[in-house]
Ligand binder design. Sequence first.
Ligand SMILES: Nc1ncnc2c1ncn2[C@@H]1O[C@H](COP(=O)(O)OP(=O)(O)OP(=O)(O)O)[C@@H](O)[C@H]1O
Length: 512
Amino acid sequence: MQQGVNPAAPFARPGEELVRAEGLTKSFGSTRAVRRASFSIARGEIHALCGHNGAGKSTVVKMLSGQETPDSGAIRIGGEVLDLRSRQVAQGNGIALVDQELSVVPSLTVAENLMLGDVRTRWITRRRAAGKRFRTLLDSVGLGHVDLDRPLSDLSIGERQLIEIARALGQDARLVILDEPTATLSDVESDYVYAAVRTVVTTGCAILFVSHRLGEVLDLCDNVTVMRDGEVVATTPVADLTIDSLIVQMLGELPHRPDKRTKDDTGDGAEALAVSGLSVPGRVDDFGIVLRAGQVCAVAGQLGSGASDVLRAIAGLVPSATAGITVDGVAVGPGRPRAAIRAGIAFVSNDRKSEGLFLDKPTSWNLLATRLPHVTRLGVVNRRVWSATLARLVELCGLEAARADHAVRSLSGGNQQKVFVGRGLGRDDVRVLLLDDPTRGVDIGGRAAIHALLRAAADRGVAVLFTSTDLEELLDLADVVVTMHKGVAVQRHEGTTAGAVLVREMTHGAAS
Ligand SMILES: Nc1ncnc2c1ncn2[C@@H]1O[C@H](COP(=O)(O)OP(=O)(O)OP(=O)(O)O)[C@@H](O)[C@H]1O
């Protein structure tokens, strides 16, 4: 169903208009990233910006935050048309951006990070006076327990994200843009973000909340602007939306959900992976799992639960790990990534930028980088095999063939993730596929495509083991869920399990 443009939708929380985007348009070369996008945000409003991967959300955010100049259209703040030429100019006009890429500095302390970009606090001399204000800021994002003199490197990624939000809040912003603020956070940490957002808007500040997590959008936000293929489809009060109607606005239809297998379907596959006594000092204690060929299993735990460490250890990437690991009954020594690959273990990390993709190389190059022996003969690329393999991988990943020659950097974040995951899926010799949070930052359509890819891999007899903190994903995709809490496995669930049970185990461990 095609939704009409609805620029005049009523706000659920009436307030004076603060920001208005009027007909924003932006192209990159031949790609029209955003076309005539219009919407407005009121003071004290939490306004969501949603859309599929590549819909144009980040480009709108970049225009609002002064990182890109619109080709045409205008941005009004408090009724005045502003020329936001740079991030500093946008900041000076009260627009603060908390980016997906953290800009906090791990080698500095918490206080020093809060001072960065804070024009009111003179380094050192005002440190004492600023301390009180910083404590209030930390309290507002749920980090009241954190010492201002602690190095940031001591904090988890989730806590660093909250510091980044606190810093934006400290800049007296009128509009704070949060670009996927909870994509890397555990549920508990996400709750702090929601609480911080709710507190901030009571001061009259507005929030633009970019997110692929539709549940949180409906729970937290007042209005939702949906973009599709560069255009604004509608701005709708959340009270008038359901998850399904929001998905239809985003995609034009409901995505197909792959059938989840039942215990009986997968119970007779041969044992593909057996792990026993897996320990990583200080992080994981005595983890074990047996997976059959064709099973899709989730290790479900919050950030810091040890779930990621389990996958990395099985992939041979943790030198300090001890474990008994077999693939198809053959022992694989821990801490040896090459041995793991030879045994048929493939690993897709949760950090596509630092641990996987070559951003300035073409998509084709990235997809085929791990398959050079297959597409070359005596060091020379076999063009026919290269093209055929590429076509298969592009289709497998659900990417546009025409974009295969473009640098990965120019793809949207979600499409980059599809390249990253698809590359891991393309090997024929894979017996065990390990994926650390494979759909992070991926929209609902891309998520369904990745789930379908994983299910197809399982149907070919691959044992799939993934981590996730997302309840919907756990319930949709996994045949088996092993919950983890504080480094130990809590429970193994097969078949249908109540979501509430999984959440309780992930947040509190075993019931006493
Ligand atoms: N610097 C750039 N050069 C070329 N194309 C770009 C550039 N930035 C964005 N694009 C293209 O513009 C379109 C919109 O991208 P954008 O990143 O705004 O989407 P998005 O909705 O934020 O996606 P995601 O949810 O995946 O982050 C995409 O087709 C993208 O490939």
